[in-house]
Design a protein around this ligand. Structure first.
Ligand SMILES: *Cc1c(COP(=O)(O)O)cnc(C)c1O
Length: 370
């Protein structure tokens, strides 16, 4: 591919010396489990998100499962989320022992707060909004519903580090924010990693015990829990990369604006708008496109990589069918799954590469019409 969908080699090449030096630091002191890098990263990540506390964990999925369990979600409870996310947004609810209840999304891929009331039941315990593609959900109406019904809110921020809703960063709005640093995320480790953010010191302490087998001290286990620790080496990598995340996000936003400008007026392509109160970070640039599959084939033939996030809504996957939602249950999410395509938007992309992608898209629709 001339213009790959993502280019992790390009992202890390300029950081290689700095990253190797950070690994050397860990090798030199030999404290590979938790230790100073993890604490330092947690401190800086909490600052980045505008919260007092953060706990490093081993993945975004573990962050979500621990968050639900720490808020007391378990068997007999229901948690509301969306069908169009990465599977972990739904599986975490099952893994906590509760039942996922899905509601449809809006044209901008985020949960439709107006559809939440009809999904509530006496068993509803929490809402799990997903800031999908890096665009914050419409949090004011969602938080109002949560307050009115006494529900906890766990934000799935895996794709949205530093995205803002009404001046607040995601992960600082609900009770707990859950982040992933999987290599494909906007702020990424060199392997799996994740974090949890919150406002409550006691809750953060509990999460730190839960991520470490329920051990309050080396020898006292206070509750059954697994091993979901953030590796010291990954924390060291993240501390290096954290410094660059604002600059990368600025470039992603600029790329999104360039795409918007160059694809303006094409009725076959729909790019969700940025509202005045919601600052997206463009983890992915997901657009709805007529003839999506043919468009992808055409782009691929011209050396342009694309992806689909995600082609099968969770309720229609093999495991998801057990949730009991037949095809047609979520018209917006299902329409999007058949029409969406993710265009390259990584920071290292150049304006002339974006020109080439947009020219290829315009040429595809011009051919199709003639
Ligand atoms: C990536 C992702 C997760 C899971 O994160 P992992 O670190 O891969 O476990 C959860 N939710 C969303 C929306 C994601 O994109």
């Amino acid at each position: 591919m001339d213009i790959p969908y993502i280019d992790l080699v390009a992202q890390h090449a300029p950081l290689k010396a700095e990253l190797l030096q950070a690994v050397a630091g860990v090798i030199d002191h030999g404290q590979f489990v938790l230790g100073p890098e993890v604490a330092e990263f947690e401190h800086r990540f909490a600052d980045l998100c505008g919260v007092p506390y953060a706990a490093g964990v081993s993945s975004g999925t573990d962050a979500l499962v621990l968050a639900l369990r720490a808020l007391g979600v378990g068997p007999g409870d229901e948690v509301i989320t969306v069908p169009n996310s990465f599977v972990a947004s739904v599986s975490c609810i099952e893994l906590a022992g509760a039942r996922p209840v899905l509601v449809d999304v809006r044209d901008d891929y985020t949960i439709d707060p107006e559809k939440i009331p009809a999904a509530l039941s006496p068993r509803t315990k929490a809402i799990l909004p997903v800031h999908l593609t890096g665009r914050p959900c419409d949090m004011d109406p969602l938080m109002a519903i949560a307050r009115q019904h006494g529900l906890a809110v766990v934000e799935d921020c895996a794709q949205a580090v530093t995205a803002e809703y009404a001046g607040r960063r995601v992960g600082s709005i609900g009770a707990i924010g859950c982040f992933s640093f999987h290599p494909l995320k906007t702020l990424s480790a060199l392997g799996d990693a994740g974090a949890i953010t919150c406002h409550d010191a006691g809750l953060c302490e509990r999460l730190k015990v839960m991520r470490n087998l329920g051990l309050r001290t080396r020898d006292d286990c206070v509750e059954w829990s697994g091993n979901s620790r953030l590796d010291a080496v990954q924390a060291a990598m993240l501390a290096v990369k954290l410094k660059y995340v604002d600059g990368w996000t600025e470039r992603r936003r600029r790329h999104a604006a360039e795409y918007r400008e160059r694809l303006a007026g094409l009725p076959w392509i729909r790019i969700p708008e940025d509202g005045p109160t919601r600052k997206a970070v463009y983890h992915t640039l997901v657009v709805e496109a007529d003839d999506r599959d043919a468009l992808r084939t055409c782009l691929s033939a011209r050396g342009i990589g694309t992806a689909i996030h995600y082609p099968v809504p969770v309720h229609l996957t093999t495991a998801g069918r057990s949730l009991g939602y037949p095809a047609g249950s979520f018209p917006v999410a299902e329409r999007q799954a058949a029409r969406i395509v993710s265009l390259p938007v990584y920071p290292e992309l150049t304006t002339s590469q974006i020109d080439r992608v947009c020219d290829a898209i315009r040429a595809f629709y011009a051919d199709r019409r003639s």
